[in-house]
Design a protein around this ligand. Structure first.
Ligand code: 13P
Length: 340
């Protein structure tokens, strides 16, 4: 394993004040998001939308990485530049989603396991030749009265660690995403407890698999009350619970933590990230790897229409700039009205 190659990719991704755009929605997910806006989902509409994102001027000041989907890493801009090259030319590191989505975990009703290990090392080699320097794998943990089971947590942790070891062997930095879902009416203390159990299991499996911790990135959920919960929490409470949880179970050797947004509103995700960074005194860089919280307002502005491309690009730069400020703990609400 080449530690140096992994560490230099990690350092590029963790450039101060920058984060990741997750633009790796599967056919099903982007199809649903387009359908809400009555945009047809075809290879060309998907290509054109992603081109809008990647070509937006100025995003390179706020984004250090972009996660692509299998279709997208093979697509070109209208000027015939492959997307990975277009991103690299802007100083943005291209990454790739390599999991094949979730399936029901057999004999554990309601729980999910992520698939995609079969043939993964060959796919990683192919993606590396296409320009990918990091990868992403998402595991999903559900909370309700009876869930999650310890078996589901451990199975997903094992698979995440197996994926991470294959990535490192291929000199690709694994982004490890164990997502405790926001769905449910549980309060924040339940999310804290489940997130702790999940991260504890993930790091134990990473250790068993001999994964080089300095050469990975973690993409966890923030610690939040369930979406249907009546509990109201401030950004400060979310930040304290999130940092407390991470400090208890995540090794200091890990270089960076890039949060997912998980269905929070774009502004809420930014406020929480800012409060997390406001706490200070943590051994890791704490940044973002958002999909919905970066893209929702952009897609809503674009609506699939050419005449909206430039205003949608402005919305994208604005959201990216707000999140970049939050990484430095310098976001203030009045930035929301300063869109240029
Ligand atoms: P959200 O920010 O929308 O949660 O997506 C992050 C992601 O990459 C999911 O795998």
């Amino acid at each position: 394993m080449n530690h140096q190659a992994l560490s230099s990719t990690v350092q590029l991704i963790l450039t101060e004040g920058k984060g990741i755009l997750a633009a790796d929605e599967s056919f099903g997910t982007i199809g649903k998001r387009f359908a809400k806006l009555e945009i047809e989902s075809t290879p060309e509409t998907r290509r054109s939308y992603r081109e809008l994102l990647f070509e937006t001027e100025g995003i390179e000041h706020y984004l250090s990485g972009v996660i692509l989907f299998d279709e997208t890493i093979r697509q070109n801009s209208k000027n015939d530049i492959p997307f990975p090259r277009l991103l690299m030319d802007k100083g943005i590191v291209p990454g790739i989603k390599v999991d094949k989505g979730t399936k029901p975990l057999s004999l554990f009703p309601g729980e999910l396991i992520t698939e995609g290990l079969d043939g993964l090392s060959q796919r990683l080699n192919e993606y590396r030749n296409l320009g990918a320097k990091f990868a992403k794998w998402r595991a999903v943990i559900k909370i309700n009265q009876d869930l999650p089971t310890q078996y589901c947590i451990e199975s997903n942790a094992y698979v995440l660690a197996r994926y991470a070891s294959l990535c490192q062997e291929a000199e690709i930095v694994p982004v490890i995403e164990p997502e405790v879902l926001m769905d449910g009416d549980h309060d924040i203390s339940v999310c804290e407890k489940v997130t702790s159990l999940v991260l504890k299991s993930v790091f134990s499996q990473l250790y068993n698999h001999r994964v080089y911790i300095e050469g990975i990135l973690l993409k966890p959920n923030m610690v939040l009350p369930g979406k249907q919960s009546s509990q109201k929490t401030s950004a400060q409470e979310v930040a304290e619970a999130t940092v407390r949880t991470l400090k208890r179970v995540v090794p200091a050797a890990l270089p960076g933590i890039l949060f997912l947004s998980g269905g929070q509103s774009p502004q809420q995700a930014t406020e929480n990230l800012n409060a997390i960074n406001g706490i200070g005194d943590t051994p890791w860089v704490l940044s973002f790897s958002f999909s919905r919280a970066l893209q929702e307002p952009v897609m809503n502005k674009w609506k699939g229409m050419d005449q909206n491309r430039s205003s949608a690009g402005q919305v994208f730069v604005h959201r990216s700039r707000c999140n970049s400020a939050a990484v430095m703990g310098k976001y203030i609400k009045s930035m929301e009205s300063q869109q240029i």
